[in-house]
Design a protein around this ligand. Structure first.
Ligand code: GDP
Ligand code: MG
Length: 382
């Protein structure tokens, strides 16, 4: 919580910032909700609220927990010779109604080979497509969660989930507030942007205007001497989707070193998860490093288990998933949260031990929050 605002702190412990301001006032400290608060203030609050203020972040705590099992999340990929190119992981961002969903559907649909698994695609939160670039078969992974909760959750947890952002801008509408917001998010995360100027099938489309507008925000098209690739597309009519995929691959090749060691135990992120009536907990994971195999013992957030089966976005069973591959995993003990990490460990016992420790910690945090809320309510009532 160090250095964060009172509002952030209030959010973290699940209380109203205004009550904290009032309590601090009562304790003789004038603090506004947006002001950043120091450890002493937090400790002062903690004393009053009967709450052990954690100066350690949950991420640090988890790192320590894993260390005690001799595990490092995101460890070095190992020997240079063992690295292979992995597909870029892409998220689609942009203003509402500019065509994000339509584009994700079109890209997925265009890639389903007729007859493949009956052509039935499933929304599992992520999918992979193939595209030909200079005669080479290249793969791209798309994160495709409704509302992009996973992306937000992953970002909140400080984990880098995507390598490239496709910024969708409708050519009939131009740059809008959420376009700028998305642009700033991607920039802050250091994620290269490919612009999909969408809806060019519309008579009122003005793709040149979009280029001019984004140039003003520092996103300069290649054709204007900048380094961002802009592709005019129509998600509706399927125009230039192959060009967009190519632009993603070229951008990845030009500005990123996307390599991973498939020989390691797998690690990655939970993209989304739910409880399926027939299949039990089902989690779509993204393998970020190593190779995940059926039979592996894994821990995903506070869930653990052995990978009973893995399915791809067409519902087809897979024996293994390599770096950059999304997969739906069956066999977990419970439903992990979007954005939590998953790790393959030595055996079921270790997976269970880590999961139990994480669960106990989550439970303790929840109880502490409840306690704080009650104390605060009593204080406000008095
Ligand atoms: P999102 O809010 O960004 O996910 O936008 P949607 O994908 O839901 O699209 C919003 C609306 O724009 C829908 O009615 C789509 O059918 C329409 N739309 C999306 N892409 C295109 C396009 O390329 N051309 C046209 N004419 N309409 C589009
Ligand atoms: Mg949408």
């Amino acid at each position: 919580a160090r250095g964060s605002s009172l509002t952030d702190f209030a959010d973290k412990i699940g209380v109203d910032a205004a009550s904290l301001v009032q309590m601090l006032f009562h304790l003789g400290e004038m603090v506004t909700a947006t002001q950043s608060v120091g450890d002493e203030t937090l400790e002062l609050l903690g004393d009053e609220l009967n709450y052990v203020v954690e100066v350690v972040s949950p991420e640090d705590e988890d790192r320590e927990l894993l260390e005690s099992f001799d595990i490092e999340f995101g460890a070095d990929e190992g020997n240079e010779d063992d690295l292979v190119i992995r597909p870029p992981v892409v998220t689609v961002m942009g203003h509402v109604d500019h065509g994000k969903t339509k584009l994700l559907d079109a890209l997925r649909g265009a890639n389903v080979v007729a007859g493949e698994a009956g052509g039935i695609t499933q929304h599992i939160g992520a999918y992979q497509v193939h595209t030909d670039v200079d005669g080479e078969d290249r793969r791209i992974t798309f994160i495709d969660t409704p509302g992009h909760e996973a992306f937000t959750a992953m970002r909140a947890r400080g984990s880098q989930s995507s390598d490239i952002a496709i910024l969708v801008v409708a050519a009939d509408d131009g740059v809008m507030p959420q376009t700028v917001e998305a642009l700033n998010h991607a920039k802050a995360a250091g994620v290269p942007i490919v612009v999909a100027v969408n809806k060019i099938d519309k008579p009122e489309a003005d793709p040149t205007k979009v280029r001019g507008q984004l140039t003003e925000y520092g996103l300069v098209p290649e054709e204007y001497g900048g380094d961002a690739m802009f592709v005019d597309v129509s998600a509706k009519s399927g125009i230039n989707l192959d060009k967009l995929l190519e632009a993603v691959v070229l951008t990845a090749d030009a500005s990123l070193d996307l390599r991973a060691n498939p020989g390691q135990d797998a690690q990655g992120l939970v993209v989304e998860a739910h409880l399926d009536r027939g299949r039990g907990p089902v989690a779509t994971i993204l393998v970020q490093r190593g190779t995940l195999r059926v039979g592996d013992s894994i821990v995903a957030g506070p869930a653990h288990g052995r990978v009973r089966a893995m399915l791809d976005e067409h519902g087809v069973e897979m024996a293994e998933a390599d770096p950059g591959r999304p997969a739906m995993v069956l066999g977990l003990s419970s439903v992990p949260g979007a954005g939590q990490n998953f790790i393959v460990v030595e055996d079921d016992r270790m997976a269970r031990q880590i999961a139990e420790k994480r669960e106990a910690r989550e439970r303790a945090a929840l109880q502490a929050k409840r306690r704080v809320r009650r104390t605060l309510e009593d204080f406000m009532a008095s």
